[in-house]
Design a protein around this ligand. Structure first.
Ligand code: DCP
Ligand code: MG
Length: 383
């Protein structure tokens, strides 16, 4: 029999069907690499600054400060294009050692509040602070304090989103960026998510978003008109997640011990690649993007497999993998030939990657770049 105390302890769920809402903070530093550069060269303050490769040598912008963004400069843009947009841009080469040092300091601050810290990249992490008693148990105050400490101890600024789950916390951290935070309380989730453009949903990239627009769905609220079966029929397995996410439901736990098992990049093409030759021609660009991400890995574990993922125009998907001890374009091309032959029809998405040996000690790898996979229109690295 339940006692009355138990009922008082569960104000959101007197019937015991679900737990009380969680408190998740998503912290994301503002223009991270550029912020570290400006911190270390104060004479750059107020000037447009970017970190990236040299123009000409197919260099791209890793990031830039907000002064440079005012000129239209963006991450992943070619450095030569960035310099055309903003001729006075100060373009600096990356110095990962200093970024990693800042990242370690920031992580230590997060871990002062909770052990449930899940880093997503050097500058970004989820914190589950449910039940944490600091700051009178207020996640809003904790986020404020964390951001103040990052400013004081690391010398850069960060933004935060505070919400009952990861999806909403991540969207919210962008709301008052830079140097701000935004709270979505449990009672506000429904309205907040209803108004979100579909492109904000984790996993919905440019191509899927365009497709949803054509089907008349622009916001998460619009998507709610679809049954789960309809979403699955239209978007495959992802449809079931979509059905939950467009209602603001995201049960993914904050997982502090995620182990990097793989690194991959993938792109969904705006126009399907018609045949194998077109797929083969698309692979070097993916391999180049992969190479950049692979180079940023710190203490990367030993590679033991390479794989290629092919998603066909009908959304059927196949993955081919083979033992390998290093990334190799030649091997990826072979795997592509094999995967493509399985269906031999137009292709909407290609992905390439490697898997890492599992016995490797990953303790030092938590602060790696492990952006969630971004299935559409752009590439992402995944764990
Ligand atoms: N990064 C990169 N290439 C990209 C995107 C990001 O090398 N295409 C690097 C540089 C960024 C860091 O990762 O500083 C963090 O990425 P974010 O997406 O969080 O971008 P920023 O922190 O730079 O800016 P924002 O203020 O938008 O978070
Ligand atoms: Mg950032």
């Amino acid at each position: 029999m339940r006692d009355s105390a138990a009922i008082v302890d569960s104000p959101y769920d007197p019937c015991g069907a679900a737990a009380a809402p969680r408190k998740v903070i998503h912290c994301d530093c503002d223009c991270f690499y550029a912020a570290v550069e400006v911190r270390d060269a104060p004479e750059l303050a107020g000037r447009p600054v970017a970190v990236g490769g040299r123009p000409g040598a197919r260099g791209v912008i890793a990031t830039c400060n907000y002064e440079a963004r005012a000129f239209g400069v963006r991450s992943a843009m070619s450095s030569s294009h960035a310099l055309r947009l903003c001729p006075e841009l100060v373009l600096l080469p990356p110095d990962f050692e200093r970024y990693r040092a800042a990242s370690r300091q920031i992580l230590a601050i997060y871990r002062d509040y909770t052990t449930l810290v899940e880093p997503l990249s050097l500058d970004e992490a989820y914190l589950d602070v449910s039940g944490v008693e600091r700051c009178r148990g207020s996640a809003t105050l904790m986020a404020q304090e964390i951001r103040a400490r990052i400013r004081a101890e690391v010398g850069i600024t960060a933004s935060a989103g505070i919400a009952p789950n990861k999806f909403i916390a991540k969207v919210a951290s962008d709301w008052n960026k830079p140097d701000g935070q935004f709270v979505v309380r449990p009672a506000e989730v429904d309205a907040f998510v209803a108004a979100l453009p579909v492109g904000k949903i984790f996993g919905v990239g440019k191509v899927t978003a365009q497709r949803m627009h054509r089907l008349g769905a622009h916001t998460c609220g619009d998507l709610r008109a679809w049954t789960q079966a309809e979403l699955v029929a239209e978007f495959g397995r992802f449809g079931a997640s979509l059905h939950r996410l467009c209602r603001g439901v995201d049960e993914r736990p904050v997982a502090p011990d995620r182990v990097r098992k793989s690194l991959s990049v993938e792109t969904t093409y705006t126009d399907d690649l018609p045949d194998l030759a077109a797929c083969r021609a698309a692979l070097p660009a993916l391999a180049e993007d992969f190479g950049r991400r692979f180079a940023r890995l710190q203490d990367a574990a030993a590679v033991n497999k390479a794989f290629v993922k092919v998603k066909f125009a009908d959304f059927s998907q196949t993955t081919v993998e083979r033992a390998a001890d290093a990334p190799s374009l030649a091997l990826w091309l072979n795997l592509l030939d094999e995967g493509h032959a399985r269906r031999a029809r137009p292709v909407r998405l290609l992905g390439i990657g490697v898997r890492f040996a599992e016995e490797t000690d990953v303790a030092g790898q938590l602060a790696l770049f492990d952006e969630a996979p971004v299935p559409d229109g752009r590439t992402g690295a995944s764990v």
